[in-house]
Design a protein around this ligand. Sequence first.
Ligand code: PMT
Length: 401
Amino acid sequence: MSILSGKHILLGVTGSIAGYKAADLASKLAQAGAQVDVILTGAGQKFITPLTLQSVTGRRAYTDDDLWGNEAHVLHVSFGKTADLLVIAPCTANTIAKLAHGIADNLLTVTALAATCPILIAPAMDGGMFDHPATQENLSTLLSRGVLVAGPASGHLASGLSGKGRMVEPAEIFGHIRLALGKNGKLAGKKVVVTAGGTQEAIDPVRVITNHSSGKQGYALAQAALDSGADVCLITAPTALTPPVGARVVNVSSVQQMLEAVLAESADALIMAAAAADFRPAQIAKDKLKKRDGIPQVQLKAAPDILKTVAGSGADAKRFKVVVGFAAESQSLLENAAEKLKSKKLDFIVANDISADDAGFAVETNRATLLFADGLREAMPLMTKTEVAEKIIEHISKLLE
Ligand code: PMT
């Protein structure tokens, strides 16, 4: 994950049962290439040990003992100056209160006061504590200072009660971290619309015609755009995927709904990674077709071509400065892609051979060739869909310069 590689993340862990999840978050960050320095409060150590955390980060974990150690006078300052982001997960009501009031009575809060980097907190406490006016006032103080807040979620709490106060899952905190680190990326201030997944064209209330698109390539594009600081709208057909944190999600199912959702947007770039239907049932049966009535003959008719509709929506109503399409082909890949590049008036098209077993639908990798409107071509080797997405985002940011 290029956005995290080489980044210095400070991870504060305070005294909540959710502390055990800090190991998972620390592991995700380390595996993504970040340098993670953990700071455990005294209460935090009640729930998870420094040894556990340093085992996943490969770096020593710091505690209040280090506050009074011989390097103490520089530790919090050096941390505060070198970190790209200070994450406090879980973040208790007590630590929220200390941050709000500038209390600095342990290594974590001293570091927070010295930090010049952004701060992201993931609150974790019992429901009643989160709703308490004191906590709410402290949170709004932090928000007013630009502190980023992930969650909390509502759900089962350690006390057996359920309510708002549960720390969001590490994967979601990870998404917020990417969002924070990507803020000033090359697409900062730009808006990108991405479509993903395979549309579903109804035959009757129960049955649809669809395709094998899993949405992976589209979701990777949305994540890569977020990593570059873009404001992202993800228009998605049904998938089994979790949308990237920070994307505004518009759920659609049919190609008609996708068309309407695309036309409702205007943005710096549109990336049509979705497998939208080319044809659909001529009519949708009002009731479920019954076997006893014999084998139904399903007549098909043309579906609206979203990219052609966008292209035809007139230069004046230029909804999208840059338009990128995909070509999913099983034969004469480049010829078909070149034809679509022209007929859909694209800035460039991503040609991918969906007959290969390591590219195209549902797999983690893709093999794509980019064909540009000016005739240039860029054949890319097999790579992950994340890497393909990052390449596409790079080209889009160049075209928007
Ligand atoms: O989702 P995954 O499992 O990760 O698989 C990724 C993918 C193979 C779906 C993706 O890489 C891809 O190729 N998406 C485009 C699939 C497709 O519909 O290609 P096409 O050649 O049929 O369409 C050409 C272009 O026109 C595409 O940008 C498509 O979004 C667009 N289109 C298609 C139909 C339609 N009615 N309107 C459109 O705008």
